[in-house]
Design a protein around this ligand. Sequence first.
Ligand code: MG
Length: 246
Amino acid sequence: MTRTITFVHGAATHTGQLRRVNQDAFGVGDGVFVVADGLGGHNAGEVASALAVEAVLAGTADGVEGPEQFGNAVGAANRAVFDASQQDTGLHGMGTTVTAIVALPGPGGRVAVANVGDSRTSLYRAGDFIRVTKDHSRVQEMIDAGEISPDDEWGHPYGNVLTRAVGLEPHVEVDVYVITAEPRDRFLLCSDGLIDEVREEDIAEALWRHRDPQECADRLVDMANEAGGHDNITVIVVDVLAGDAA
Ligand code: MG
């Protein structure tokens, strides 16, 4: 079944103002978008993020039947990064976040969203900024446990402590969400280099202001750099041109 949904997108990545290497990676396939933020010492982070993006694109190159297959593609990326880390001591312990979206076949304009780690996919719909993915982070656990309020998330000292990542273990649990997309929906995939620098209301304002997705992606990266650019920054803005509303 062919899909009934069409995307246009803009993407941008930047090393930021303090880091010497960009360990983020992104990829774009046919109806598939991926952001990965590598972790690990030396060059391993950039190896992990690049491998993961490559594996997700390979696993979705012929399209996906449904959300389970999309989750499996991210699971295969996990295995690819883990196996590579076992074969080279210089890469040992590397890992990466992954967030990705794919258009599902069939009527209804469904989109699957996958996530491991603290890169995020959000949805801007009719003026509302909606987080789709839930971070796998210590801070998110503390919020869930009621130890801190969501308002305390910004700048929290445990902000970068992950509880789940791709490539650290032979298997990983992948969260997969399904969204029924509507025309004029705008998805935002980004690494924490944007989230930690620019407040959500300012991100939402930029998503509203810059209609062209490439212009919007470039502007969001600029905003993160203007705010300090402490980390690598990666952004993909994906616009839904047509769902199955007709
Ligand atoms: Mg980062």
